[in-house]
Design a binder for this molecule. Structure first.
Ligand code: ADP
Length: 822
């Protein structure tokens, strides 16, 4: 079969034809043979019956007369019939009368016709004579018949086959030739490529059969492939041109980018250099300003001079801190900032950095909590200055963005090895929080969560960028979790080297073991911190969340060794608790320590009368608390008279530590109230100027400068307030800052102008702003303002802008404007 498959189609067709021819012939031959044999047998029977009848008639006389020789003579006639091989005649009694040919039965056989091998036999009763006739003849043999047929077949079939083969060879060429040509064409296409059919295929006459369909379809297919190839080739050409073009563009772009990058790097380096130089150059005179201001503040001054110079110092301080930030940032950018490596006490560093912040916390009535884990080592080696800077920035921010609630700084040791220690610092607040989309941005330099012109909080946006770099230098990472409206939590870890062990065993014996102390504070976190600090010394804390609970616990429980109470509590404050204690003779001499973030103004006499042992500013360090408590337990509660002396100067206890005994309120308590709305007493007939400015110092400066020139001044802290005050007082002129919270200067001006359009009048508005970029003046004037003065204030320019505006829009009634000729 396999070989058949491998044959060329021409041979296959030929083989098919011959095979079918042969099968037909053989089938015909067999059919003929069968029919012939049947016909011969039938003829033989008829012939035998005829012979028997002839012998019967001719032999009736010899049989009747028992004439054997006559009978033999009749039978001898059979010699003319070679097929008759034997015959016999029997008498009526069945005995043999005469025989002819081959062996015959001895007595008359049963009547009938039968076949024995290739012999046909017949026995018949005589019609007359009463004997029996027996005849036998041979039947023609198969092979003989077959041979005669085979000869015939060979004689007829072979020529017929040859003729058929010749014909089929011609016929099959009709089918196989186009197929072969097609196959050759496909082979040719496969080998050479291209889509041209060979000449043999093309020369074929178009035909209507399946081969014609196949050839046509193949031709069409080739045509389509050729079209497609052409399209692809043309597209490839276009693509190649495009790729060449793009590559050229990209190469050019890359070159430009490289140049731009080099330029940018160069200008960034120059910028950093410039910033560093400038910051230095500015810092030097700043130091002079600050130092000289301090010197002036130490000389006898009138209260007004004192106030002005303090203001100068405050402004110079903030300027210096901004310059410091910029200097740090440029140093970090230039990769020039390196950390110190000195031995320092984290607790001491935190106590020092937190103190000035505690003042700010108190001013805002925000709780400032510090919780340092006892596992934090007393000494580590690192850069205390940079750690302080990072913490001041985080805690400072937390205070800046928290209006109520608490700000806490927690320090813990997260990893302690033989030579290194990793500390974790966490600053949490309950302030405004930071939205998710701003949380990563604020770590970028000069970025603030609120970048609008109506932002409430000042700042450069550099603090966190610097902190993050500093933390990285300390081998840590800063993280932020925050939810707007709920607060923020900044945390970072920093690695320090372990300090060499101090000589001598650490002093663990505090002298407070077993002392029971009642701790009263409305803030749960604060209570826990004090409890922990007490436990570090073996003292036992009983905690009361308020003054009333404390009094109840005192009445019901055993007398404690001392009471530590918070000063500011919601229902009943610390002083009222101490007053209640002192009223009861049993508790009159109970040592009381007052903890407060309120180091501000207090009624000294009230404090005196209450015999308070120690007054500690929050947050306290464990050492401060231990020392103060130890001293309070050792000495009897101070008598009012004794306290009076101590009040004059800050007290120093046995170790010279900073815990103060009713320390004199710091100078900030006497600071003027910068709040908006402190209106000047109206001078007679002078124009009334409304100054809208959100920075209290600038507000004060502008107010005082104008008042000195005789103007009456009212103030507003933001655009909204300015609008409200304008509505009520209708000032003669407004000095309007541009960047203010709630409503900025431009929006406030637009609102005033729109109200004037319906209500009439025109209040001149002069912009007073630090935005001194190109286009700002035009923006102010086009929004309805009448003048523009850039900060810092140049008095001459300000006055001439005011006078100009008033000359163009004179107030309805005023008697005199200094320097203005009406
Ligand atoms: P600055 O405070 O000088 O603007 P920072 O880099 O310290 O710059 O802070 C960037 C910004 O991150 C702040 O302007 C403020 O929008 C946001 N931010 C920082 N700390 C807090 C905080 N504790 N709560 C809410 N916002 C904060």
């Amino acid at each position: 079969m396999k070989r058949l498959h491998a044959l060329p189609i021409r041979h296959k067709l030929m083989a098919l034809l011959l095979a079918s021819n042969l099968i037909t012939m053989v089938a015909a031959l067999v059919g003929f043979l069968v029919v012939e044999v049947r016909g011969h047998e039938k003829d033989a029977r008829a012939d035998l019956a005829c012979l028997a009848a002839t012998i019967d008639v001719n032999a009736s006389v010899p049989v009747v007369f028992d004439d054997a020789s006559g009978a033999r003579g009749v039978l001898a006639a059979l010699a003319l019939k070679p097929e008759a091989t034997a015959a016999a005649l029997y008498r009526a009694d069945g005995s043999l009368l005469a025989a002819y040919g081959g062996p015959v039965p001895e007595s008359a056989p049963p009547l009938g016709t039968w076949v024995d091998g290739r012999r046909l036999m017949l026995a018949k009763a005589q019609m007359r004579g009463g004997g029996v006739v027996f005849v036998e003849r041979s039947l023609p043999a198969w092979p003989v018949l077959a041979r005669s047929y085979l000869g015939l077949v060979l004689f007829v079939w072979i020529p017929a086959l040859l003729v058929g083969a010749a014909l089929s060879s011609r016929l099959q060429a009709v089918i196989s030739r186009p197929l072969l040509a097609l196959a050759a064409s496909v082979d040719d296409i496969a080998r050479r490529g291209g889509y041209e059919l060979t000449a043999a295929v093309r020369a074929e006459q178009p035909r209507g059969d399946e081969i014609g369909v196949l050839t046509r379809a193949f031709g069409q297919l080739l045509g389509q492939l050729q079209e497609r190839d052409k399209a692809i080739a043309s597209q490839r050409g276009t693509l190649e041109t495009m790729v060449i073009d793009r590559t050229r563009d990209l190469v050019n772009l890359n070159r430009e980018l490289q140049l731009a990058k080099e330029k940018a790097e160069e200008s960034s380096r120059l910028k950093s250099e410039f910033l560093a130089n400038m910051s230095h150059e500015i810092r030097t005179p700043m130091n002079g300003i600050l130092g000289m201001t301090e010197l002036v503040l130490d000389t006898p001054l009138s209260s007004e001079q004192q106030e002005y110079v303090s203001t100068v110092k405050g402004s110079a301080d903030s300027l210096l801190s901004i310059i410091n930030d910029i200097l740090d940032f440029s140093k970090i950018e230039a990769g020039k900032l390196t950390l110190d490596s000195v031995s320092f006490s984290p607790r001491q560093t935190i106590a020092e950095m937190i103190r000035p912040l505690a003042l700010r916390a108190h001013q805002k009535a925000v709780e400032l909590l510090v919780d340092i884990d006892p596992a934090v080592p007393e000494e580590v080696v690192g850069d205390p200055g940079r750690l302080r800077q990072t913490l001041v920035n985080l805690v400072g921010n937390a205070l800046k963005f928290t209006e109520r609630g608490e700000v806490s700084l927690t320090v813990s040791a997260v990893e302690s090895k033989a030579d290194t220690v990793r500390l974790r610092f966490q600053v949490s607040d309950t302030g405004i929080g930071i939205s998710k989309d701003k949380q990563q941005l604020i770590f970028a330099a000069f970025t603030q969560a609120d970048g609008s012109t109506t932002r409430r909080y000042g700042g450069t946006g550099l603090g966190l960028a610097i902190s993050r770099q500093l933390v990285r230098l300390m081998d840590g990472e800063i993280h932020l979790e925050s939810e707007p409206g709920r607060g923020s939590c900044f945390s970072f870890t920093a690695r320090f080297s372990a300090a060499p062990p101090a000589s001598g065993a650490p002093q663990r014996d505090c002298g407070l073991e077993g002392a029971e102390v009642l701790v009263v504070d409305d803030n749960a976190a604060n209570r826990r911190i004090v409890e922990k600090y007490l436990a570090q010394c073996g003292a036992v804390a009983r905690l009361a969340p308020g003054a009333d609970e404390a009094l109840r616990m005192l009445a019901e429980g055993p007398r404690p060794a001392a009471v530590i109470t918070d000063l500011l509590m919601p229902d009943r404050d610390g002083l009222s608790l101490v007053a209640a204690l002192r009223e009861n003779p049993a508790w009159r001499d109970l040592p009381v320590l007052v903890l407060s973030s309120a180091s501000g103004p207090m009624d000294r006499r009230a404090l005196l009368a209450l015999s308070i042992s120690r007054f500690l500013n929050k947050p306290v360090t464990p050492a401060e608390l231990h020392r103060a408590l130890r001293a309070a337990l050792r000495e009897p509660p101070p008598k009012p008279a004794a306290q009076a002396e101590r009040l004059a100067t800050p007290a120093h206890n046995e170790s010279g530590e900073t815990g103060r005994l009713l320390a004199a309120p710091s100078s900030y308590a006497n600071e003027p109230d910068w709040g908006p709305g402190d209106e000047a007493a109206p001078g007679s007939g002078m124009p009334l100027v409304l100054v809208a400015e959100d920075n209290p110092v600038n507000l004060r400066v502008a107010q005082r400068l104008l008042e000195k020139r005789g103007y009456r001044v009212i103030t507003a802290g933001d655009g909204q307030q300015a609008l409200e005050k304008w509505e009520v007082t209708r000032p003669d002129l407004i000095l309007m800052d541009l960047q203010m919270p709630v409503l900025d200067g431009l929006a406030a001006t637009a609102e005033i102008r729109s109200r004037e359009r319906t209500g009439g009048g025109h209040t001149p508005i002069v912009a007073l702003t630090a935005n001194a970029m190109i286009g700002d003046r035009e923006r102010c004037l086009s929004s309805g303002m009448d003048g523009y003065v850039a900060k810092p204030i140049d008095m001459d320019k300000l006055l001439s802008a005011i006078e100009d505006a008033l000359a163009r829009h004179p107030p309805e009634c005023f008697s005199a404007i200094p320097g203005l000729a009406v």
